[in-house]
Write a protein that binds this ligand. Structure first.
Ligand code: ADP
Ligand code: MG
Length: 682
């Protein structure tokens, strides 16, 4: 039975019942089963004599059951089986909770291996709920065992047994998707060995060898898949746009663009002339001036006779873009409209009509831009700002409103280039790696709440000097319910206003406010009519108030580093010296280290790399938003070197055999991968 697509219920020892339980883990076929990799391992190789057991350590003990186990029912729902096991050095008292069957299972006078955590004292040693195996068993004790992610109804034991059976059924006949020459030249082990050892490693070294091969395989197939996608895209065509003269655009700006901004605009202009739909990511740190790059692209669209849409993730940001760009664009004779969910029906209808009949050249808005009732006369360019906030689906929904429009994605999340290749799949990347001149370093401090009074005094001083401050209020982070959010913000703002700063003007915003109210508060803050803005992370993205110089973040440990970096980017946007104060009473060493990173560098790329290293890409980008296919073994935070190697190998192979004609097994697996991830990747 080597066919990997065999239903898992036909695997020996699995059967109907277990197959149902396994299905809940996404395991349907034999291939799924053997590809269900452990999330961790437990080293159960250490054997100890009872006398040598140290409280708190995990170890195997070979011991004989000295007396009949006893069963007692302490109360409803709590049954204890107790027994004493001995070796030649001492006695170990073992307790099982709610495992009544152990009473008859374990026989007096027989020797077993018990694996567990030793407790008690040096005089009386105990162990609770140990793993038990007959002497010589060697399946669950005396070795490294896999630990699988579980679901109700599937235990580690069931999984281990099922996987072992599955492997036995197909191990010697596994087809290798890696071409033999690639496998050999990169010194990778056999596929069968890799599967065997990733589940049941003989030792650390064997595990490392297996893992390296599987990671390589995964990244190699992914790299080929992405290159194929990209090739497919290169075959698309559209009418090339004529070269646009941007001289008057440059002249209308209040500043000179930086070299990096000009370079990005140049790359975009070349895409637009190429006769192929653009698919470009502009990546630049907060404050690097991405908006002007977007503006230049919008000018190109209008001058080429197309409409351009700029989609921002929040009302505030859409509005701010509109306020900033509309006057500039209109001065160049380009008509500009705003479309958000907060607009009155009448205004909205008017904008929709002007869009549909082509009177508007540019529209700026929130995801209101992709509502079903929005239609465009000739949408030629789609720009999404702060893209990690948008799902791929939203991006393509907007694209679908035009005929293969050019796509420009702006992201303030700096990511290492190699990773960008994977995360953004087939996008081309422009990096804005230069800040506008005159920016000052934002002094950053990580402190405990013991500093609160000093912080308030500092805020007072800055405000007396005419500046403004943000205070980001503790709230439950992503995923959790948010009733807290409103309460946290409003209550904190009220306390500040009444007790701390009765003479200052304290305002607040949170995500639950009506967009209109929120906008009004933001506008008042931006106009300098408020001194302190208490807020949730709604100010995280993009908002621009150059007079604000202090960013205080409460419970800073709750945020990811990249998010803190975004928050910090709200200050230091004008000519005044700015500060960021991160408050956290969390004493966890890892937490302190993370916050320290913030105080040491202002470089978004470094912070992103650190974030990636500490939290992994999943958390970093928000699960499944970014189109990153689920990686089973590879961990992009530490497998960077291997990623490069795999990408290189993929490139070489495609050079030799572009259609993978001589490598049907590789071709098949890549096709499967693209099928599974088709939505995610394009
Ligand atoms: P981000 O990349 O974070 O979106 P913005 O586009 O919001 O950055 O720009 C940040 C601030 O810098 C804005 O106030 C913008 O007007 C200003 N700015 C952008 N480009 C330049 C430049 N070349 N010289 C000076 N200031 C600039
Ligand atoms: Mg921006």
């Amino acid at each position: 039975m080597a066919d990997l697509s065999t239903d898992v219920r036909y695997v020996k020892g699995v059967g109907e019942q277990r197959a149902k339980a396994l299905a809940r883990l996404g395991i349907h076929t034999l291939r799924d089963l053997i590809s269900y990799f452990p999330r961790a391992y437990e080293d159960r190789r250490t054997f100890k004599r009872v006398i040598d057991l140290q409280p708190g350590e995990n170890a195997c003990v070979r011991a004989m059951v000295a007396a009949e186990p006893t069963l007692s029912r302490i109360r409803k729902g709590l049954e204890l089986v107790k027994l004493r096991a001995v070796d030649e050095t001492g006695a170990l008292d073992i307790t099982f909770f709610n495992q009544a069957y152990r009473k008859n299972d374990l026989r007096r006078g027989e020797t077993y291996i018990f694996f567990g955590r030793a407790e008690g004292s040096l005089l009386r040693k105990t162990m609770a709920n140990p793993v038990v195996e007959r002497e010589g068993g060697g399946t669950f004790t005396g070795r490294i065992v896999p630990i699988y992610p579980l679901t109700a109804g599937v235990s580690q034991t069931i999984l281990m047994r099922s996987v072992a059976q599955g492997l036995a059924a197909c191990r010697d006949q596994l087809e290798d998707p890696l071409p033999e020459e690639v496998r050999l030249s990169h010194e990778l082990c056999h596929v069968g060995y890799a599967y065997e050892q990733i589940h049941f490693p003989a030792g650390e070294e064997e595990l490392a060898v297996a893992r390296r091969r599987l990671v390589f395989e995964e990244l190699f197939l992914l790299a080929i898949g992405l290159k194929k996608l990209r090739r497919r895209r290169d075959e698309l065509s559209c009418a090339p746009w004529a070269d646009t003269d941007l001289v008057d655009f440059y002249a209308a700006l209040p500043f000179d663009l930086t070299g990096a901004q000009r370079r990005a605009i140049g790359e975009i202009a070349a895409d637009l002339r190429s006769g192929r739909p653009m698919n470009r990511l502009v990546q630049g740190d907060v404050g690097s001036g991405k908006t002007m790059v977007a503006a230049a692209a919008l000018v190109c669209a209008a001058r080429s006779g197309f409409q351009g849409a700029l989609m921002a993730p929040t009302e505030i940001l859409a509005e701010q873009h509109y306020q900033g760009l509309a006057p500039l664009l209109e001065r160049l004779g380009i008509t500009c409209g705003l479309l958000t969910g907060a607009m009155r029906a009448k205004e909205r209808r008017e904008v929709l009509a002007r869009l549909a009949d082509g009177e508007l050249d540019v529209v700026i808005g929130t995801h209101a831009l992709i509502s079903a009732d929005v239609s465009y006369a000739r949408l030629g360019l789609v720009v999404t700002d702060e893209q990690h906030r948008f799902g791929v689906a939203q991006r393509s929904a907007l694209s679908a409103k035009g005929e293969r429009p050019h796509l420009l994605v702006m992201s303030a999340t700096p990511i290492p280039r190699t990773l960008a290749l994977i995360i953004y799949g087939d996008l081309d990347v422009s990096v804005i790696d230069e800040l506008p001149p005159g920016r000052q370093k934002i002094d950053t401090f990580a402190v405990t709440s013991a500093y609160r009074q000093r912080i308030y005094a500092f805020l007072r001083k800055e405000i007396a000097a005419g500046r403004q401050a943000y205070i980001i209020c503790s709230m439950v982070e992503k995923g959790e319910e948010v009733p807290d959010e409103r309460k946290a913000v409003t209550e904190y703002a009220a306390i500040l206003q009444e007790k701390v700063f009765p003479d200052l003007r304290v305002a607040y915003v949170h995500g639950r406010m009506k967009p209109r109210e929120k906008d009004a508060v933001m506008a008042a803050f931006a106009a300098g009519e408020r001194d302190i803005l208490v807020s949730t992370t709604v100010v995280e993205v993009g908002v621009d108030v150059p007079n604000a110089t202090v960013m205080v973040v409460e419970d800073a440990d709750r945020f990811g580093l990249s998010q803190l970096h975004q928050l910090r980017g709200r200050v230091g946007r004008g000519q005044h010296k700015s500060y960021c104060i991160l408050i956290s009473d969390n004493r966890n060493e890892e937490t302190r280290r993370r916050l320290k990173v913030m105080t040491q560098t202002g470089d978004g790329f470094k912070i992103a790399e650190e974030d990636l290293r500490l939290r992994g890409p999943g958390d970093f980008f928000g699960r499944r938003q970014h189109g990153l296919p689920a990686l089973k073994v590879a961990d992009l935070s530490c497998d960077m070197a291997l990623l490069k190697e795999a990408q290189g190998a993929a490139e070489d192979l495609l050079k030799r055999d572009p259609e993978l004609r001589d490598h049907p097994r590789t071709a098949l697996r890549v096709a499967q991968l693209l099928e599974v991830n088709a939505d995610a990747m394009n």
